[in-house]
Design a protein around this ligand. Structure first.
Ligand SMILES: *[C@@H]1O[C@H](CO)[C@@H](O)[C@H](O)[C@H]1NC(C)=O
Ligand SMILES: *[C@@H]1O[C@H](CO)[C@@H](O)[C@H](O)[C@H]1NC(C)=O
Ligand SMILES: *[C@@H]1O[C@H](CO)[C@@H](O)[C@H](O)[C@H]1NC(C)=O
Ligand SMILES: *[C@@H]1O[C@H](CO)[C@@H](O)[C@H](O)[C@H]1NC(C)=O
Length: 387
């Protein structure tokens, strides 16, 4: 045993030495090298050679009392009974902003239509929208002030009609997305802890609900735990340029690389993971504003790492093609085309065209040609073609 651990340590030491050597060569020789490249090289080396985030727990843990300042907001709109007495397969929170009523309506009448899902797929899925408070009068953009009716009144009306808005009284803004993430995990803990899966997504996401439900039913039948799936970012470095909206100060996050995390566009966790993340939020300093990174921080503290599924989107739209619809789980940046895409993607002809040996062969060729072009930077990676 001692010999083995010594050998492992020695091996680590050699790896470390090699990295340092490579790094210093890179730094010295290519001084003109783009800053971003250097920070990625550093961050990848950090991720793949050191890959220990125990120090995060140590330095971001704060007393529960202080951590509560990130969750201690009041509900303006709430539906505590949404999950009660139901066998919920999936609770899906869509992160929305007060002004995005059209996006919410599009979701309600396409992939997020709960009664459609119940009737045609035979499972209970709950779709809720997570919101902060509309900006106050002074910093409200001009275009919204003319309406006369306040934003909040409009939201109350919308909620009366649909009963699916969960809103707390922190200001809804990009820089408060982590507060919104915490809202979701706290709501799940209090009101839907028995849901088998929990998902969070942007409000410009397209979810292929039939494919997703089938995928999750398979996972559920096998009783998965510690399950966290999406588009995985590995070894991503913090952005240190003050002009970026992803800028994170050294004081907030001093390390070279973030723990692995899934793109906030859409990811799914199993119920036990949601419970663990909730626990982590009770003791962590959540002042980092990038919500998916904060999710990664929580997960690393409780010892969880994400798995990749190539048909979860990071950025960008999926190619419009039946052979893609056959496999897709999520696709990003859909606003106006969501109705058409929903119709096309759930058309029964998709299954006909893509099944049988000929359909499968045809689709393999189509997928390679769509996803594996050298210049193609899109939703799904080339490996998705061979999935
Ligand atoms: C994280 O740190 C806190 C306080 O320092 C400690 O109580 C807790 O056990 C640590 N958690 C893990 C998973 O190491
Ligand atoms: C949801 O689907 C049902 C059919 O299952 C339909 O009657 C209803 O109008 C749809 N809701 C919306 C908002 O489109
Ligand atoms: C986040 O919410 C808090 C609480 O409402 C607010 O004081 C703060 O200004 C918000 N931050 C941003 C950047 O909007
Ligand atoms: C949390 O971190 C921020 C730095 O990002 C710091 O200013 C703040 O004091 C920390 N909060 C606590 C309670 O330690």
């Amino acid at each position: 045993m001692v010999g083995v651990s010594l050998r492992i340590r020695k091996c680590h030491f050699v790896q470390l030495l090699a990295t340092c050597l490579v790094l210093s060569t890179v730094m010295v020789c290519w001084e003109e090298l783009d800053n971003r490249v250097v920070s990625h090289v550093k961050s990848y080396s950090f991720r793949y050679l050191i890959n220990s985030f125990t120090y995060i727990n140590k330095s971001l843990t704060i007393p529960h009392k202080q951590a509560r300042s990130f969750s201690d907001f009041h509900y303006l709109l709430d539906h505590p009974d949404k999950c009660a007495n139901q066998d919920v397969l999936l609770l899906l929170f869509v992160k929305s902003s007060p002004k995005n009523i059209e996006r919410r309506n599009a979701i309600r009448s396409t992939w997020g239509n709960e009664s459609y899902i119940q009737n045609t797929l035979g499972v209970t899925v709950r779709v809720l929208f997570a919101l902060g408070a509309p900006p106050t009068r002074e910093n409200e953009p001009l275009w919204s002030r003319q309406s006369g009716v306040g934003f909040q009144e409009q939201l109350v009306e919308e909620d009366l009609l649909h009963g699916d808005l969960i809103q707390k009284d922190f200001v809804d803004s990009f820089y408060n997305l982590t507060l919104k993430l915490i809202l979701q995990f706290h709501w799940v803990h209090s009101h839907c802890a028995h849901a088998r899966f929990f998902m969070t997504a942007d409000d410009d996401i397209f979810v292929h609900m039939p494919n997703l439900v089938k995928y999750l039913q398979g996972k559920s039948a096998r009783g998965v735990t510690d399950f966290w799936v999406g588009r995985v970012h590995r070894g991503a470095p913090p952005v240190r340029s003050k002009y970026s909206k992803y800028y994170v100060a050294f004081e907030t996050y001093p390390w070279l690389s973030y723990p692995d995390y899934t793109a906030g566009a859409a990811y799914v966790v199993s119920g036990d993971v949601a419970a663990k993340i909730y626990q982590a939020t009770l003791a962590l300093n959540a002042s980092i504003h990038i919500d998916d990174v904060f999710m990664g921080i929580c997960a690393s503290v409780v010892g969880l790492s994400p798995q990749e599924h190539p048909y979860f989107a990071g950025e960008g739209k999926a190619p419009y093609h039946p052979c893609i619809y056959d496999q897709m789980l999520t696709s990003h940046s859909h606003v106006d085309d969501i109705y058409d895409l929903w119709k096309a993607a759930t058309d029964p002809r998709v299954k006909q065209e893509t099944s049988g040996w000929f359909g499968r062969l045809y689709c393999a060729v189509v997928r390679v040609s769509l996803l594996c072009r050298p210049s193609f930077v899109g939703t799904y990676p080339c490996k998705a073609a061979l999935w």
